[in-house]
Design a protein around this ligand. Structure first.
Ligand code: FES
Length: 165
């Protein structure tokens, strides 16, 4: 099967029962995407597929053949972080950091959803979106991503600073 992850092509022989999360972590060594609950409840495994956020633990890898997938490794690097990654640092948007990759991927997908009303299923760009969101609406839209350390205030501040007008 043929996968496109962070702009790179991968041809893999896979068990068709393998989740997208396990494929990313175990076959491609992209361990930035985290496994928390492994049942769709915590958001730690959130990645972007064609710019739309999904829980990778609930998805079969085979469903995402030939569709551009972006993980936290594809958003920035040590020389130039993504603007939201910089905002998480500036606003103390993490403590242990385990939920952070999922929070960041989810927030990027969330901003696209909020800007367009519905998730875009066709565009692949990760252009920064600016949106009008109240604090409560932002919290609601990010409610699928849990932080057990309780860093939600910093997380919300970082997202607001990056995306909210
Ligand atoms: Fe996928 Fe928790 S690991 S939602």
């Amino acid at each position: 099967m043929h996968f496109i992850v962070n702009g790179l092509q991968h041809d893999l022989l896979l068990d068709t029962r393998m989740s997208l999360l396990d494929m990313l972590r175990e076959r491609l060594a992209l361990t930035g995407t985290k496994k928390g609950c492994n049942q769709g409840a915590c958001g730690a495994c959130t990645v972007l597929v064609e710019g739309e956020r999904i829980n990778a633990c609930l998805a079969l890898a085979v469903q995402y053949e030939n569709r551009p997938i972006t993980t936290i490794e594809g958003l920035g690097d040590a020389e130039e972080l993504h603007a939201l990654q910089r905002a998480f640092i500036a606003h103390d948007g993490f403590q242990c950091g385990y939920c952070t990759p999922g929070q960041i991927c989810s927030a990027i997908g969330m901003a696209r959803e909020a800007a367009r009303g519905v998730p875009s299923a066709v565009t692949t760009d990760l252009v920064m979106e600016e949106v009008e969101l109240s604090h409560d609406e932002l919290r609601e839209r990010m409610s699928g991503n849990l932080c057990r350390c309780g860093a939600h205030n910093g997380i919300v501040e970082a997202i607001q600073a990056t995306f909210v007008r």
